[in-house]
Structure formats: structure tokens, C-alpha cells
Design a protein around this ligand. Sequence first.
Ligand SMILES: Cc1cc2nc3c(=O)[nH]c(=O)nc-3n(C[C@H](O)[C@H](O)[C@H](O)COP(=O)(O)OP(=O)(O)OC[C@H]3O[C@@H](n4cnc5c(N)ncnc54)[C@H](O)[C@@H]3O)c2cc1C
Length: 303
Amino acid sequence: MSPFEYIEPATLEEALDALARYGDEAKLIAGGTGLVNLMKQRLVQPAYLIGLRRLGRTEGLAEIGQIDQTGPTGSAQAVRLGALCTHRALEASPLVRTAVPVLAETFERVASIRIRSVATLGGALAHADPNQDPPPSLMVLDARVGLRSSHGQREVGIEEFFVDYYETVLEPDEMVTAVIVPRPPANSGASFLKFLPQTQDDYATVAVAARLTLDADRIVQARVALGAAGATPLRANAVEAALQGQPPTPTVIRDAAALVAEAVDPSDDFRGSADYKRDMAVVFVQRALDHALGRARAGREQE
Ligand SMILES: Cc1cc2nc3c(=O)[nH]c(=O)nc-3n(C[C@H](O)[C@H](O)[C@H](O)COP(=O)(O)OP(=O)(O)OC[C@H]3O[C@@H](n4cnc5c(N)ncnc54)[C@H](O)[C@@H]3O)c2cc1C
């Protein structure tokens, strides 16, 4: 590992000032589970490491809470997740488990409990390894990412956040501060499935998240996203379009799921060949849609 200077700011403002001062030469470090590996391999060699450990109690950076969001169609409730929340805190949060259960289920599937106890939400997104689990679930929930720098703040849709392999829209002086997850509309069901043919704490061979929202007998909104299926986590737009407005029959779901084969671009590796992963993407999209549909129907019956 190359030598570096370690800085540990006490406030968000100090952290953002340090980022602005050192720019490309600096890296934030949260849980360190992604960054330290890259530093050991000398793939990343920052001159300055800005530790976020002391910021946990400031500005809601490690808090999970409910907020009201006002949009063009009125006010709606959303869950705000602070960027320094650990995966473990997110999987265990009573609010996440009730408002967006698929998210708790997703964080529960990441790596091992040791990794989840230190890995943070902001670190997971900024790391931008396309094999990670949370991004597809955040995508089907239409999540937004809150970013701050010393000269302002902005929000980007989770889909726009990922640009390429290990690359995001983050500017060198920006930090992820929160993720906003709208509560899904009524009559919705969501599912996250991770295909793990080897060990339970591995990265996915393919990961699929799906959300369906039903009207009386139609699908009024469909979301499907995948991980480990290309250079970034990706939305399966063709699958979604084939489901939109259709009755949720087994044939409609099977035919729509088949379209994902054209949307994915997996690579050959020790988790399987690209062809095998493409076939598994079709299988797991169909299963995730079936699972999401069952949940949407069960929710409707309870109302
Ligand atoms: C053994 C092992 C197994 C794993 N298995 C899985 C798995 O099955 N599924 C899965 O999804 N992931 C898996 N991971 C990846 C893991 O989820 C990520 O390493 C972790 O989420 C990164 O979070 P962190 O807080 O440790 O980030 P760090 O390692 O601290 O940082 C990662 C990157 O994010 C930047 N960063 C950190 N915080 C912020 C912020 N708030 N704003 C802007 N940039 C920031 C850093 O500068 C760095 O570039 C695994 C990792 C390991 C080591």
C-alpha cells in the first residue's frame, strides 16, 4: 500500500472542505471494505484519506427516518437513509422492514455479517462495483441519491448515479449524504433474488430486483433491475414495457422475462460463462416477477 495522510474531520463541513482542498488526491473512507482492497492492490493510491467515522452523529448521516416529499402529484412519504448507515443497521431497521421490506431483505443478503456491520450505504454506492446487491433494489424503488459538496447539494436518480464499471457521477469534491426511497404505491409487491450457486456470502452470479404495482386486473407499473449483469447495475426497460398495462398472467410474465436476455451483458468468470448468466437472468427475472406478483396480490387482499 502506498503511504497516505489520514485526516479525521469532526463535522460534515470539515470533511467537505478537505475534499475541496485535496480533490483527486483524496479519498473518503467509511467502512473501508471496498477501498482498502483497492489500495492494497494499488489500483487506488490516494495521498489523503478522509475518515468519516466521527461524522456518524452529525446531520443525520447515520439516521434512518421518514420524510414527506412534495412532487408534481402532491405529497408522498419516503424513507431517508443516511449515507453512513451500515448494511446491518438497514437490514435491522423496523422502519425499513415495514416501509420497504425488499430493501431490508437485500441488505441481509450482502456478504457476511462482519462485512455488513461496517460497510455503509454511501460506500456501497460510491464503490460502484456492478456485482453489488443494493443498487438493483434501490432502482426498482425509484430511489434518489443526495450529494453534497462545499458549494452546494443536488439529488440524482439512482439510475443516473452509475456511469460505468466502478464509476459514478460523483465529482471529486462530492460526498453521498443520503438516499431517499419513496414508499411504494398501494397494491405493490417487490422481490430481490440473488443466485448463489457457490457460497451464501458470495457476490451474485446474477441478482434481480422486481416491483409490480397492480390495478384491478392490470399491471400499472413494472420495475425490473439487475446486478452482476453488465458494467453497471441496469434497468430491464424492455421487460418493464412488455408488462406495462398487461394482465399479470403466467404467459405475460414468462414472455416479458425472456426479453431480459437482450438487455444484459454479463462477462465470463469463475461464477459462470456469459451464456449461462444470460440464461439465469431470464430464469431469475421470471421468478422475481412471480414473487413480486404474489406479494402485490397478498397486500391487496389485506386491504
Ligand atoms: C469479502 C467481501 C465480500 C463482499 N460481498 C458483497 C456482496 O455479496 N454483495 C455486495 O453488494 N457487496 C459485497 N461486498 C462489497 C461491500 O458491500 C462494499 O465493499 C461496501 O458496501 C463498501 O462500503 P464501505 O462503507 O466499506 O466503503 P469504503 O470501502 O469505505 O469506500 C468505498 C468507496 O466509496 C467511497 N465512499 C465511501 N463513503 C462515501 C460517501 N459517503 N460519499 C462518497 N464516497 C464515499 C470511498 O472513497 C471509496 O471509493 C463485499 C466486500 C467484501 C470485502
